[in-house]
Design a protein around this ligand. Structure first.
Ligand code: NAD
Length: 490
């Protein structure tokens, strides 16, 4: 798909109709690969959000009145149409993120699998029955919808992020207002078009475009939004928790990570290098699960560092299918990364490779950072403790397993973690004791699938898990139902 396939202006979807922001305002969406403008985007404000919420509220009861199986059937129809549009979705994702088409196609496949899984939950919407101490009393616990779900997402994997939230929220009987990420408006808009084509009732899924403060914040603050599900940075997550907390709204936060990958002295170093390269640099490091702290045993440190630098220098950076990763999402993020590298260097950190913007002809106009490896950053320095969300990783030397585990856990985040070792004992100890929501042995710092719970401890979240069946706990509440089956007997 080329630039002409995107609409010139990306509108909102409210009540099944495309509409511009009430103010008529728009903002520019730029290509991360070329820096050129791709399209205008509706710059929604609180009145647009209010309209979307009221529309969702009106549509919710009829949606919730469908049986979960009927709702699942409607989600299957969305999935079916996503399959027919799979190439167009992938091309849109590639165009607006700068990732390769093949990576975008893989992500789209994941989003479809997520939809399929959530749709199937319509036939497994299990509750439970319980016993009672009282004769003639029957008791059962069922799930009930919450009402209107406000969904706010990041730009890094746009169609996956939409699918992770919209499908579980809908299967539970909620109507939804999705605030698309400002850097990936077109993918969310296209999903709205697909849902429309699938015959989803107007108002059940509303998609609003705009900036966080202007379009996201009013969604969080609105009394008529029953659950806020947010994927993004810890800084914004904290603000959302505090604002939603004022009105005691339910909140699910999927936040950042500073994920450790430990390379032990008994690790197979060649595969470990490959997994570090994938963990640190795939999707230009713009994954909450990226491997940003590589913790290496002293005995293999020098050898591993040399192998890793060699592997990193061979990486191809660009938007094509033959490239290993593409640009970062916008110039502001790129400049933040460069500033963080510079600040670390001033405090004694050393850039082993990369550390700069790519300025050759093929990359100069895009938002490209060379794959970057840093060493000698102090473990407690800001560089080691804050998320950079780019193709940057940092090496740490440790003497043994105990020190590796301690350093892994010595972080404000607790999202994912990985260890490379041949020892079953070390693997077991590490996965048992590392403070993370996902722990991996001999692979990358990522690897979750639609039926698996994903989320983290500490500042990586607030205890919820999406997707998996655990996502049903985010988007529904429980109701305990009691029957006196023989009313004549007191
Ligand atoms: P961000 O927090 O800046 O923005 C995320 C979303 O929140 C955007 O849609 C933005 O418009 C909106 N937003 C911003 N300010 C807001 C406010 N005050 N009120 C309401 N909404 C607001 O994050 P980002 O830089 O776009 O995304 C990267 C972050 O997302 C990283 O921290 C990454 O780790 C995290 N992430 C987490 C997961 C996960 O599952 N844990 C997955 C992907 C990304």
């Amino acid at each position: 798909m080329n630039q002409h396939s995107l609409p010139a202006a990306i509108p909102n979807w409210i009540n099944g109709e495309e509409c511009a922001a009430i103010s008529g305002k728009t903002f520019d969406k730029l290509s991360p690969d070329t820096g050129r403008k791709l399209c205008d985007v509706a710059r929604s404000g609180s009145q647009d959000i209010q309209n979307a919420i009221l529309t969702a509220r009106r549509a919710q009861a009829a949606w919730a009145d469908l049986t979960p199986v009927q709702r699942g059937d409607q989600l299957y129809e969305i999935v079916r149409i996503m399959r027919t549009y799979q190439k167009e979705i992938a091309a849109t994702v590639a165009l607006e993120t700068g990732m390769s088409y093949s990576a975008a196609l893989g992500e789209t496949g994941g989003a479809i699998a997520q939809g399929e899984f959530a749709a199937g939950e319509g036939r497994r919407f299990y509750g439970r029955t319980s016993t009672s101490a009282v004769p003639n009393k029957y008791a059962m616990t069922v799930r009930q919808p919450l009402g209107v779900a406000g969904l706010i997402i990041a730009a890094n994997t746009p169609i996956a992020n939409v699918a992770w939230k919209v499908f579980p929220a809908l299967i539970c009987g909620n109507s939804t207002v999705l605030k698309a990420a400002e850097d990936t408006p077109a993918t969310a808009w296209l999903f709205g078009k697909i849902a429309q084509e699938a015959g989803l009732a107007p108002g059940v899924l509303n998609i609003v475009q705009g900036y966080g403060q202007e379009a996201g914040a009013p969604l969080v603050a609105h009394q008529n939004v029953d659950v806020i599900s947010f994927t993004g940075s810890a800084a914004v997550g904290r603000q959302i928790a505090s604002i939603a907390g004022q009105r005691l709204a339910k909140v699910s936060l999927e936040l950042g990570g500073k994920n450790p990958l430990v390379v032990c002295d008994d690790a197979d170093l060649e595969p470990a290098v490959k997994w570090v390269l994938l963990s640190a640099f795939s999707n230009a490091g713009q994954r909450c699960a990226s491997g940003s702290r590589i913790i290496i045993f002293d005995a293999v440190y020098d050898q591993f560092r040399a192998m890793l630098i060699e592997g990193t220098r061979k990486l191809r950076v660009g938007p094509g299918d033959g490239d290993d990763f593409g640009p970062v999402i916008n110039e502001k993020q790129l400049n933040n990364m460069l500033a963080a590298i510079q600040a670390a260097q001033q405090k004694g950190a050393v850039v082993l490779t990369g550390g700069c913007r790519l300025t050759d002809d093929a990359h100069a106009k895009g938002f490209y950072l060379a794959p970057t490896i840093i060493e000698n950053a102090a473990p407690d320095d800001e560089f080691s403790t804050s998320e950079l969300f780019g193709p940057i990783t940092s090496l740490y030397r440790v003497k043994d397993f105990a020190e590796a585990l301690k350093l892994s856990n010595d972080s404000p985040y607790g999202l994912t973690a990985c260890i490379h070792t041949r020892s079953i004992h070390r693997a077991t100890e590490y996965t048992r004791k590392v403070q993370a929501g996902v722990a991996v042995v001999n692979a990358g710092t990522f690897g979750s699938e639609p039926h698996m719970p994903f989320g983290g401890l500490k500042q990586s979240g607030n205890g919820s898990r999406e997707p998996g069946t655990e996502a049903l706990d985010v988007y529904s509440d429980l109701k305990n139902i009691l029957f006196n089956i023989d009313p004549d007997k007191l």
